[in-house]
Design a binder for this molecule. Sequence first.
Ligand SMILES: Cc1ncc(COP(=O)(O)O)c(C=O)c1O
Length: 380
Amino acid sequence: MTATMHTYNQFPIEIVDGHDFHLIDQNNKAYVDLTSGIGVCNLGYSNQQITAAVTKQVGKVWHISNLYPNTLAEAVAEDLCPDGYQAFFCNSGTEANEAAIKLAHKSTSKEEILAFDYGFHGRTLGSLSVTGYPHIQEGFQPLMPAVDLLAYNDPAALAAITENTAAVMLEVIQGEGGINVGDQDWLLQVQKKCQETGTLLIIDEVQSGMGRTGYRFAYEQFGLEPDIITVAKGLANGLPVGALLAKNAVAAHFQPGDHGTTFGGNKVVMASAKEVLAQLNPAFLAEVRTKGDWLFETLHEELDSLPAVEEVTGTGLMVGIHLAETVPVGHVISLLHRQGILTLSARGNTLRLLPPLIIDQATLAESVAAIKKVIADLSA
Ligand SMILES: Cc1ncc(COP(=O)(O)O)c(C=O)c1O
């Protein structure tokens, strides 16, 4: 019996140290990290500038509440927001999505929220209601009313968006759901239908944002312009953070007393986020795109011929290797541990890779070779 609740099945590896894109366990075994702490430590484990920025702030004041102006949070918001948006800072992706749902209700005076099967938006009651997995929702009813879950990438979903809909909430690339990439035409049609019906489009960039696909926000590559954006995970490279970004006219519906959080905009977290955003500059993002293109080419070259690999999906450094049922992903992950490689799973027997964005091409090549060998050996 442990003193912490058993909400996760854990691997018998305790990470005690790390540098760049490498992690070290309690037995001094080194691993190549292809997880980034589930898409969080995108700029690695020994980023000197981030460490210096955080350390400097730790030497001053850590927390002041939102009752006083915070120029650090203001600077992060200015850098993070696309033109014409305002930010609200909180502590996680779930909390950002929770705020997005509240803002959608308040600003439209409508109730209905549409979301998609196998979209993942969080585990608090509001965000859980729009998380399209029956088994994750099970046991937690009643959830939020007036939510409909629709099939992702399905043209039939468009008919469900009407004048009664407050918001449509989606990921342009479903992460937990199996690295399912949205179809660009479908996404553009969803946006059009939202605009025609006075429905807000909420794009959850918690996993796909902050450089993961070679863009600050993955929606940029689909030509979308959401009303509300949520981010978290990579924004502070490992310190807890979330943010709700909304177009100015929508954001104006949150007035003093409408929403709040004690820790949102925490100065230590903002010091990290400011440095993260400085590093997610156009040159760095272009490098991520180049690395991602090369990685997908290599994955196709190496894995397409394996009968146990059904499909490789994703973009940038957000990868799903969809495996046949005969090769259980949990088994692949454990065998890769032995080879010194940390990977993730996603729904549908998918091996998911979310390496730190600073990983080098040679390490990616070695990792692909190891993944290929493990899958081939297991399916032999
Ligand atoms: C797309 C997406 N939205 C929301 C969340 C929830 O974020 P958090 O765990 O920070 O609350 C996640 C977490 O995996 C996610 O992938």
